[in-house]
Design a protein. Structure first.
Length: 279
């Protein structure tokens, strides 16, 4: 009887009901949290949390946390009872009165392991650190891979493309990988490309920064800002669904180099260690 009771209680563990706030708002909430998970992104903790989740939570939430008829989907990163690390901790520890989510007598370490695993399901940068040598990846970013010719990290590089100082927090490792291999798959907001031919005979290709009925401002690949009167433009082609980022970057790197580059980009986050510390 005792074992049956424990199983029923375990089945209700982590019955975190989803609500409407976006992943971005959840991240902003978490940034204000004074109590952050000490085991966040720790591969060992995530693995331990996965094991605990399978044993205690999968009956309601599914093996991959995608939810069942009894439990909510935990992969979307949105929460009805607070999305901060400390709030998820309290939901697991104290349960949710009036629901199937019971309180639990897990140790602090076990709860933080579960929080780390749940976070890793969200797909927006809370996965375990990407394998590879981030220091080598940094050298590639500013060297052979030529990423810095279009992108900037911590004030170093070009403002032509999106700034990447916090890309590891905002995007999953899979999304970062895809953006390199398939740059046309998703164009970042505010980085629409254009090709201009001026009446003077010169041509400019760049990213629009500001535009109105009479003028347009854009940055070219060399990082130069052009402020043009539209009367001086002979033709303007908008590169819809076409990125100005080259699609052959990975082909110019070895498999190990590409993995190192991904490891470096994954670690670009506000609360992450430097490449030298993470080797």
């Amino acid at each position: 009887m005792h074992g049956q009771f424990r199983w029923i209680a375990a089945a209700g563990l982590l019955l975190l009901v989803l609500t409407f706030p976006s992943q971005a708002s959840a991240q902003k909430e978490d940034e204000k949290d004074k109590v952050r998970n000490p085991l966040a992104r720790d591969p060992v903790a995530i693995a331990a949390g996965d094991k605990n989740f399978r044993e205690r939570c999968a009956l309601c939430h599914g093996i991959g946390g995608k939810g069942t008829a009894r439990g909510s989907n935990l992969t979307r990163g949105t929460w009805a009872h607070g999305g901060r690390d400390s709030q998820i901790f309290e939901t697991i520890r104290k349960g949710v009165p009036g629901t199937q989510m019971p309180p639990n007598d897990l140790t602090d370490v076990e709860v933080w392991q579960l929080v780390a695993f749940i976070r890793s399901l969200g797909g927006e940068g809370d996965q375990a650190p990407v394998p590879g040598n981030p220091a080598s990846g940094e050298a590639l970013f500013f060297g052979k891979a030529r990423c810095a010719s279009c992108h900037m990290i911590r004030g170093k590089g070009s403002p032509f493309g999106p700034e990447l100082s916090n890309i590891g927090t905002g995007r999953s490792a899979a999304a970062i990988r895809r953006s390199i291999l398939e740059p046309d798959a998703e164009i970042a907001d505010g980085f629409d490309g254009v090709r201009l031919k001026l009446k003077s005979g010169s041509a400019i290709e760049g990213v629009v920064r500001n535009e109105d009925n009479f003028s347009i401002q854009l940055i070219d690949r060399d990082g130069r800002l052009h402020m043009l009167d539209k009367e001086a433009i002979r033709s303007l082609s908008r590169l819809e669904k076409k990125s100005l980022m080259p699609g052959n970057i990975a082909g110019e790197l070895t498999q190990e180099e590409f993995q190192d580059l991904l490891a470096f980009l994954d670690r670009q986050r506000k609360h992450e260690e430097s490449p030298e510390q993470s080797r």
